[in-house]
Design a binder for this molecule. Sequence first.
Ligand code: ZN
Length: 411
Amino acid sequence: MLKKITLSLLILLPFVGLAQTDRSDIPIPMKNGIIWYEKSYKVNTGLQKKELFNRASAWINNYFSNIGAGTGDINIAAIPADEIDGTGIFKIITAAPGSYYWLRFAVNITVSDGGYTFKAYHVYEKPIEKGITNEYSKLEYRWRDFRIGKPWSADDEPIFKGLDSNMIAAMASLEKEMSNEAKQVPKFKVIAFYSTNVESDHVDFARNAMTFYTELAARKGFAFDTTSNWENLNDANLKNYKVVIWLNEFPHNEMERHSFEKFMDNGGAWLGFHVSGYNDKGTHWPWFVNFMGGAVFYNNNWPPLPAKMIVNDNTHPVTRDLPLNYTAPINEWYGWKPNPRDNKDIKVLITLDPANYPLGKKNVIKGGDIPVVWTNTKYKMVYMNMGHGDLNFESAMQNKMFEDAVLWLGE
Ligand code: ZN
């Protein structure tokens, strides 16, 4: 697939005024009689085509916008593509005060798995000097005369040196971007919303979760952003993300709710912990109740306690690293009525083991079928009841589920 990107490059070069007779110091490459820069690169990071395409596109945008010459026009919807076709322009300062030349050329970058090829050709020149109104003309005419010792003017030297040094610099810049191991293009982007003005046990969990996912993001190559400003739950911002996580909080106004509904209805992914899924008769958000599979908060245990878990399905991507039974660290557990298991769209992944009952002292859960982790199969979403206090990350086994969930949601 070929994409058209218009780009321009402004680089100011100092004037080099000394005429020389030996022109081998300006090694401008030729192919079939025209100026032709071409070089193929292997990328030592072994990055795949799609990622190299993204990097090349981003490079074009950044390289040119950084020097104040506007940005390329990149159509994200066309990704993955394997070819970027565009136009580059160098600005070369020449002898007379206020004079310069535009050197315009075609740029083509093709990407493949583990490498790419850069090409620049069809170089045209356009002098900008007092009293001169030339249009673009092929640089080869001037280059041919220059090489046989018949320069048109003192401008030849800076033009050809400028073309070569600017092109080498551009190619080196692209190579740096394409092979930069440290700056891995994120596989997907996640944003976690939290609040600091809620129950302190809920804030503790949120902070632990942010530490946990920041480390995971670095290890697994996704972007992880966090915010306690729920106004960021808006259409424009959510467009940047594949996964939204709620760490013990939920939206409180219609605008935020509506943006979240649109995000999910358009294929976004959500991971909600603990009180993020809380709703009762005062919530007045039917869409969310439906999203949760009809589950409405019913009861809870107090104080928080560890509890035995039944893993209903350990073939699901979220729970595949869990055994069929394990003990979850200290948490406050919620019961739900209606029971989301009764909803045909809900797949329950983990259930509170009835062997825990009675669970609690002040508030006792005496019985009932209580789903703990579930997904609404009409959406890309997972709800987990874990999330109260600072001990939820004490189980390596359960941590793997926290990890697997985000990786699945980000797919
Ligand atoms: Zn709680």
